[in-house]
Design a protein around this ligand. Structure first.
Ligand SMILES: [Zn+2]
Length: 74
């Protein structure tokens, strides 16, 4: 078990969907193993997972495309 470095509560092992902007597109990687803070939802990844994420996004082809809703603050 790990502790959140933001709020110091405990983190829980979860598979999450990771998203980031890459070359002007919002991209997602499914089923990413992470430690997630039970309090503030901050996500933590092992160095190996960070490497795999970058390889997946930079070198692999996406297997599907989804539409996402976009909002504005009014
Ligand atoms: Zn936290």
């Amino acid at each position: 078990m790990n502790k959140c470095s933001v709020c110091h509560r405990k983190t829980i092992r979860k598979d999450i969907t990771y998203t980031q902007w890459y070359r002007g597109e919002l991209v997602a990687v499914e089923n990413v193993p992470a430690e997630v803070c039970e309090n503030c939802n901050e996500e933590y990844f092992s160095p190996e997972t960070v490497d795999k994420l970058q390889i997946a996004i930079e070198r692999h082809r996406s297997y599907k495309t989804i539409q996402v809703p976009v909002f504005q603050l009014l």
